[in-house]
Design a protein around this ligand. Sequence first.
Ligand code: GTP
Length: 342
Amino acid sequence: MFYRLKTDFRLSIITLLGASAILGITPFAVFRFVQGNLLAALVDVTILAGIIVSVTYAWLTGRTERSGLFLAVMTSSSAVVVGAVTGEPGLFWVFPCLVTSFFLARPRLAIIINIGAILALMVQVDIFRSAVQMWSFAAGAVVVSACAYVFAHRNESQRERLEHLATIDPLTGVRNRRSMDQELALAVASADRTGLPYAVALLDLDHFKKINDEYGHSVGDEVLVDMVALTRQNTRRTDHLFRYGGEEFVLLLPGTHGAGLKTALNNLQQILRKHLKHPGGPVTASFGVAQLAHGESVDSWLARADAALYQAKASGRDCIIYADPDPEQSETASSQEECSLT
Ligand SMILES: Nc1nc2c(ncn2[C@@H]2O[C@H](COP(=O)(O)OP(=O)(O)OP(=O)(O)O)[C@@H](O)[C@H]2O)c(=O)[nH]1
C-alpha cells in the first residue's frame, strides 16, 4: 500500500483528497443535518459518497487518470452547488477545488474544468453582494488557477523526466529491470483478472564476452543497440522489451501463447541470426521462454524462463527452450526449438 502511494503521484493525491474530504466534510454534513438544513446536508453526503467511490475505484483498478478526472469534475461542480445553496460562505470551497483540479486531471482539462466552475458561479449573480465582489472573486479564482497551472505543469514535466531517467536503460533506450518488475507485476494482476495469456522470453546474446574482448566494448555496445532495434522492429507494439542486465533482455508478450508464441519467437530468432552482426560475423541469441501459469508469482515465472535459458545455453546456444507450465500438456517439462549445436 505504501509502495503504491510512494510511486503513484496521482493515486497519492486522490487518497489525500479522499481522506481530507472525509475529515473535512463529514462534520459539516452532521452540523447541517442537526441544524435542519437538509438540502445542504444531502449535497455534502453526495459529495462524500462520490469521493469514496472514486478513491476506491482508483485503488482497485489503478486507473487513476480516469478517477482523478472524475474527482476534479465532481469537486468543482460540488463547489458550484455548495456556492449556489449556501451563498457567500460556500465560495471559500471553490479555491481549494481550483488548486486540486490541477493535481487530479491533466493541466489542459483542469483549465477547462476551472473556467467552467468560475463561470457557473458568476452567472448566479445572487450569490454575490455586489458586482465588485463578483469580479474580485473571478479575478482571485483566475490568479489561483494560473499559479496552480504553472506549478502543476512544472511538477508534471519534472516528474516525467525523473520517471524516464529512473526507468530507461541509457545505452539501448529500453526500459530497465526496475520498470520490468512493475510491468510483470501488472501482467500477473491482469492475467488473474482477465485471463489474458502472457509469456516472457529471456533473451541472451551468445558469446558476447568474446565480442567485447576481440573488438572492444564500444563494438559490444553497438551490437546491443542493434539487437534492441531489430527486436523492436520485429515484435508487436504491445510487446515490451526490458534490459534485464548486461547482455540479457526480457521480452514480455501479452496475449500471445501456443503456436503464435512459437512463430513470433522463431521469426525473431531468425531475424537476429540473419541481421545482427559484429565485425567478425553474425551474432546469435539464446531464448528461455515461459508462459505465465495460473496463479503463478513473478519470481516463479522468471525463474522458469531463466532455467529454460540456462538449458538453451547448455544445448549449444542460438536456441529457444520453452518451459512448460503444465506438464500434462507435454511429455517433457520443457520443449526445445531450433537449437543449432555449435
Ligand atoms: N559492451 C558491453 N558489454 C557489456 C555490457 N554489459 C555487460 N557486458 C559484458 O557482457 C559480457 C557477458 O559475458 P558472459 O556472461 O560470459 O556471457 P557470454 O560471453 O555472452 O556467454 P554466453 O552467454 O554463455 O553465451 C561480459 O563481458 C560483460 O562485461 C554493456 O553494456 N556493454
